[in-house]
Design a protein around this ligand. Structure first.
Ligand SMILES: *Cc1c(COP(=O)(O)O)cnc(C)c1O
Length: 356
């Protein structure tokens, strides 16, 4: 049976990425070696790294003055790398979910942290607005897409201090005005590559302003100056990321992705609204994520939750169980998830409704 992969991360990748990576696992660029057993200093892999960096910049339309690096450690490592490199006295954080809270917690190791607003009071079911960012903050940190709670900031914010964004789960899902950000980072395993590589887009003029010494591996400058080759990079994930970038460009880039993502998300949200068995968990329509679509059973049908999970899985749906802090269901609809999978989920919801 065809599987429809709604996993939150690691998650669905383009067939193109999987095929090209599988081929390179057997024979990488005609070298007669697997991509898993070549030196990262070989010219064939250096070309992969260069091309990945260039395409990343091209597809996201990154202006000059910025560098892109590929690192290890996951987005979670960025939670400490950002303050290590940027926080002198004070940083401001918007608390919109589990990941945002974790980022905020790490920043406290380095200085004063102002939580400008939080939606924790209502289990992160909305994006706070009308808060004030202190003018003397070294930076303001946001999480553009809250993977667990299904809320998203889809507008590039205007703030007076350097803006830092965790875009782990919505990178390349829409066009971004990179010039509004000082740093954009994320784990690649949601919308780009298999787990193991982390990306960071860094405006170079924000670096070098803290007084503390920074350990070599945690210093962004090390990785910028060495083209992400200071130490052994995650070779296989970087290779796979390049394949996704090639695919993205061929498909029409982030504009086309946004169009498709909005279409897929709208279809599914419409069904959640229409279907009497389900309801959305996000408080305001404007905050709904187009990547992670969270829903629960309507109050009078709560006891059907386990039944629907079993039914959906019998129809080939994979990974739709909601995170334990929200419950219910979460359909992650990343770039590589075909519209056909969303339609299959909708059919499953309708069929289930008919049976009850
Ligand atoms: C998954 C996720 C993370 C954690 O990423 P790791 O690479 O596992 O450290 C952080 N932020 C967001 C928004 C995420 O979705």
């Amino acid at each position: 049976m065809k599987k429809h992969n709604f996993s939150a991360g690691p998650s669905v990748l383009p067939e193109f990425t999987i095929k090209k990576t599988a081929e390179a696992v057997l024979d990488f660029a005609g070298t007669g070696l697997s991509v898993m057993e070549v030196s990262h200093r070989d010219k064939e892999f250096m070309a992969v790294m260069d091309q990945a960096r260039d395409l990343f910049k091209e597809i996201l339309d990154i202006p000059s003055g910025y560098e892109v690096v590929f690192l290890g450690g996951g987005a979670s490592m960025q939670f400490c790398m950002v303050p290590y490199n940027l926080l002198n006295k004070k940083a401001a954080y918007l608390n919109t979910g589990t990941w945002a809270s974790k980022a905020l917690k790490e920043a406290k190791f380095f200085g004063e942290v102002v939580e400008v607003a939080s939606s924790k009071d209502e289990n992160f079911s909305y994006i706070p607005k009308n808060y004030e960012v202190p003018a003397d903050a070294d930076y303001f940190h946001i999480t553009t897409n809250n993977t667990i709670f299904g809320t998203e900031i889809r507008k590039d914010l205007d703030v007076k201090v350097p803006l830092v964004a965790d875009m782990s789960s919505d990178i390349f899902s829409r066009p971004v005005d990179v010039s509004k950000y000082a740093i954009i980072y994320g784990g690649a395993q949601k919308n780009l590559a298999p787990a193991g590589v982390t990306f960071a887009v860094i405006r170079e003029d924000v670096l070098g302003k803290v007084d503390r010494p920074i350990p070599t591996m945690l210093n962004y400058k090390t990785h910028i100056e060495n083209g992400s080759m200071f130490n052994t990079p995650p070779v296989l994930p970087v290779f796979a990321a390049l394949q996704t970038l090639i695919w993205l460009k061929e498909q029409g880039g982030v504009k086309e992705m946004e169009k498709r993502n909005i279409r897929k998300a709208t279809m599914l949200y419409d069904e959640i609204e229409r279907n009497k068995l389900f309801k959305s968990t996000v408080k305001y329509e404007e905050d709904r994520s187009i990547m992670n679509i969270c829903f629960v059973m309507a109050d009078e049908y709560k006891e059907l939750e386990a039944d629907f999970r079993t039914f959906a899985s019998s129809r080939g749906m994979v990974g739709i169980k909601g995170h334990r802090s929200v419950g219910g269901f979460r359909a992650s609809c990343y770039n590589a998830l075909p519209e056909e999978s969303v339609k299959a989920l909708i059919d499953t919801m309708r069929e289930f409704e008919k049976n009850h």
